[in-house]
Design a protein around this ligand. Structure first.
Ligand code: NCD
Length: 319
C-alpha cells in the first residue's frame, strides 16, 4: 500500500502524483465498506479524530464524520460557534487545548486561508485541511479526481473546464493543482473579475502550461470531457467593488443548462462540489440529468476521506 510521507494534509502542493493516485486507489478499496450491511471495519479503532468546523458545511463535515466512524475511530465534532474561539480564544490556543486531550487527527475548516497550517505548527496530531478560506480544499480535489477517473479511466490529456467564481474558490485551486499533476488540461472560465490571470501560475511551470483562462462559456467548454461548475461565493466578497454585473446576467452568460452544455463533448460529465445554487450557475435540467455526477462525488468523498484518515491516522489494516 502507498504510504504518505507527510504528517498533515494541508495542500495538494504537498502531494506527488504517486501520493494522489495512492489515496485514490486506496479509496477504491474502502468503497465496498460503504455498501455493506454493517458499514464498519476496526482499522482505526482506538484512534480519536476531532472535526473542528469554523465554517458552515453539510457535505464535508458529515463525510469526514462518517469516514472516521466507518473506520471505527472515535469522532468528535465541534462547530465554530460552539467552540471557545467565539469567546476570543485563538485557533492556536484551541489547537493546543485539544492536543492536551491527545487526538490523533484534527480535521479543520476555517474561513481564514492558512489557519490549518498555523494549527499544524502547534500540535503533534495530524491536521487535515477541510477547506481554508480561498486557499485549498485538498480532499475535494481528491474526490473530484477519483470521480473523473471512474468515468473517464484516465486524467492524462483530459480537458476539464472549471466554470464560476474561481478567484474565491479553494475547490478550484486544489483542483487546478491536482488535475495538472495528473496530466489533465484545465480551462478556467468566468467573468474577468472572477478569474485572475495569476491563477495560471499557482503551481509554477506545471500550471502555467496546463491552465488556460476563458471568459466565454461556449469556447471554454468546447470539446471538454468534464465541466465542473462552481457557486458564486458572495460571502467571501465583502464590501469590495462588484466582480460581475449581477446574478441574472451572470446566469445568462455563465449558467450551465441542457442547451449551453452542448458545446462540450457529447459524453462530457457535469460536476459541482455543492452547495448548488439552482437557476444561477446550474439549471435543474442539467443538474438532475444523466450527465450529472454530483451525487457520485459526494458518495466517493466518504471513501476518499476514509483513505486520508487511514493514511494519516496510523491505521492498521491487519487489526
Ligand atoms: C465547497 C467549499 O466549502 O469550499 N463546498 C464543499 O466543500 N463541498 C464549495 C462552496 O462552498 O461553494
Amino acid at each position: 500500500m502507498h504510504q504518505l510521507n507527510i504528517k498533515h494534509l494541508l495542500s495538494i502542493q504537498d502531494l506527488s502524483e504517486a501520493d494522489l493516485m495512492g489515496i485514490i486507489n486506496l479509496a477504491k478499496t474502502f468503497e465496498n465498506i460503504n455498501e455493506q450491511h454493517v458499514k464498519k471495519v476496526p482499522i482505526l479503532k482506538g484512534r480519536t479524530i476531532v472535526n473542528l468546523f469554523f465554517e458552515n458545511s453539510t457535505r464535508t463535515r458529515v463525510s469526514f464524520e462518517i469516514a472516521g466512524k466507518r473506520l471505527s475511530a472515535d469522532t468528535i465534532n465541534i462547530s465554530g460557534s460552539a467552540s471557545s474561539t467565539s469567546k476570543g480564544e485563538t485557533i492556536v490556543d484551541t489547537a493546543k487545548n485539544l492536543m492536551a486531550m491527545n487526538p490523533d487527527v484534527i480535521v479543520v475548516r476555517h474561513n481564514k486561508s492558512g489557519a490549518p497550517a498555523l494549527m499544524a505548527k502547534a500540535v503533534t496530531a495530524s491536521i487535515v485541511n477541510a477547506g481554508d478560506g480561498t486557499h485549498e480544499h485538498p480532499t475535494q480535489a481528491l474526490l473530484d479526481c477519483a470521480t473523473i477517473l471512474r468515468h473517464k479511466k484516465k486524467l492524462q490529456g483530459l480537458q476539464v473546464a472549471i466554470v464560476g467564481d474561481i478567484d474565491h474558490s479553494r475547490v478550484a485551486r486544489s483542483n487546478i493543482l491536482a488535475l495538472s499533476k495528473l496530466g489533465a488540461k484545465v480551462r478556467l472560465c468566468g467573468p474577468v473579475g472572477l478569474v485572475p490571470e495569476s491563477l495560471k501560475r499557482i503551481g509554477g511551470d506545471l500550471t502555467e502550461s496546463s491552465v488556460s483562462i476563458h471568459h466565454e462559456l461556449a469556447s471554454a467548454i468546447d470539446g471538454v470531457d468534464v465541466v465542473m461548475m462552481l457557486r458564486i461565493q458572495n460571502e467571501r466578497m465583502g464590501a469590495e467593488s462588484p466582480r460581475f454585473a449581477n446574478t441574472r446576467e451572470y446566469s445568462r452568460y455563465f449558467g450551465l443548462s441542457n442547451r449551453t452544455v452542448s458545446a462540450a463533448k457529447s459524453d462530457a460529465i457535469v460536476m459541482h462540489p455543492g452547495p448548488l445554487n439552482r437557476g444561477v450557475e446550474i439549471m435543474p435540467d442539467i443538474a438532475d440529468s444523466g450527465r450529472s455526477v454530483i451525487l457520485e462525488q459526494v458518495k466517493l468523498g466518504v471513501a476518499v476521506r476514509m483513505a486520508v484518515l487511514y493514511l494519516l491516522g496510523g491505521g492498521n489494516a491487519s487489526e
